[in-house]
Design a protein around this ligand. Structure first.
Ligand SMILES: NC(=O)c1ccc[n+]([C@@H]2O[C@H](COP(=O)([O-])OP(=O)(O)OC[C@H]3O[C@@H](n4cnc5c(N)ncnc54)[C@H](O)[C@@H]3O)[C@@H](O)[C@H]2O)c1
Length: 335
């Protein structure tokens, strides 16, 4: 079976997905691309070898020649377009976050539960990154004993002037919330968010520093630093009762020069997580072909957004904020 994919959104991430589908996946073809900007759609179609271009995302979702949909348009489009995929009964891989509004995520979960079948996968690709997978295996095997703490940091080179602490939480941090739930195998139930004081003349957004608590009493600290200046750098370390496991720099080589030993950083997420995106998309296609599901579910998307909403509230009030996790529907028992 060849899964015919319709891609919505051909910006930075969508063009990357187009190339992955067009050149790296088995059992899939890029049947149609769509962008509000026709020029971007054309470039992605040419690069990935796709013949059909559409301007209307709903026409892609409802096209008989499209078996499954990948949504890589901006965050505010994710909820309505995912709901449209569910209404059409089509599997969908939606880029993170599932929605920035928990109420929209809840509507998606409700719609999927009503259908009684998982059709939604959320693009939390870190679950497919070999480093995180190894760290998870170390936890499952009991190698480091019971996990007590997780240290996470997420650093980008620079953020635009209009980027805010709230955006760092709603757009960047959901990756950390999801991977924390994946690595520790439990829910985050409270969060406290802080920002260090920046020198006024420096400008730009200050890092956001969060402390999350899990239902099992573990602590997770998360630094989201969108103006780190030096490179794209994501790391994690789990500290257990007997030992610790941390991510090794995933570099192909190191450089010895001028009395120093160095590893190069990527400029953004695409090279760092290239293998994770490929594995995520292949798992999605394999799941469609075999009628199974993989990766983060709509439920996981909802949980990450609930943490983000609580963290935004905490940043505004300065208070520790509980996270209200509803009862998980049975459809997501193995999620
Ligand atoms: N998984 C990851 O690591 C990762 C990394 C980056 C971005 N993302 C997510 O991917 C999404 C896209 O991010 P990006 O950096 O590519 O943004 P982008 O701005 O580069 O691209 C978005 C594209 O969507 C198009 N678009 C806007 N509204 C549309 C609509 N209604 N229908 C069709 N096309 C529409 C825009 O014209 C643009 O080309 C975001 O939700 C972002 O959070 C995920």
């Amino acid at each position: 079976m060849t899964v015919r994919i319709g891609l919505i959104g051909c910006g930075v991430m969508g063009t990357d997905h187009a190339m992955i589908i067009g050149q790296q996946l088995h059992g899939a073809e890029l049947a149609m691309v769509c962008d509000a900007d026709a020029g971007r759609a054309r470039v992605a179609a040419e690069q990935a070898g796709c013949a059909r271009i559409e301007g209307d995302p709903l026409a892609v979702i409802n096209a008989p020649s499209v078996d499954a949909v990948l949504i890589a348009s901006p965050d505010q489009t994710h909820g309505p377009l995912t709901l449209a995929c569910l209404a059409a009964g089509k599997p969908v891989l939606c880029e993170k976050p599932l929605s920035q509004a928990a109420s929209e995520c809840e509507a998606i979960v409700e719609s999927e539960v009503k259908r009684g079948k998982r059709l939604v996968q959320v693009g939390f690709m870190r679950r497919f990154d070999p480093s995180y997978v190894e760290m998870r295996q170390a936890v499952l095997a009991g190698t480091i004993g019971r996990p007590l703490m997780l240290h996470c940091f997420h650093r980008n080179v620079a953020a635009p002037d209009w980027f805010t602490g709230q955006m760092a939480i709603t757009n960047s941090a959901p990756h950390e919330f999801d991977i924390a739930r994946f690595l520790l195998g439990g829910e985050l139930v409270a969060v406290t968010a802080f920002q260090p004081a920046l020198r006024r003349e420096k400008g730009g957004v200050a890092p956001v520093f969060m402390v999350c608590e899990t239902a099992a009493g573990q602590l997770v600290n998360i630094e989201i630093n969108n103006n780190a200046g030096y490179g794209y750098d994501v790391r994690g370390e789990i500290v257990g009762e007997r030992g610790a496991v941390s991510m090794a720099a995933p570099a192909g080589s190191t450089l010895d020069l001028h009395l120093s030993h160095s590893v190069a950083y990527a400029a953004d997420w695409r090279p760092r997580f290239a293998e994770a995106y490929r594995r995520q998309n292949q798992a999605w296609v394999n799941g469609i072909a075999s009628g199974t599901s993989a990766g983060s579910s709509a439920w996981d998307g909802l949980c990450a957004t609930l943490v983000a909403e609580a963290a935004v509230q905490s940043l505004q009030t300065g208070q520790r904020t509980p996270i209200r996790i509803p009862v998980r529907p049975g459809l997501y028992d193995h999620s």
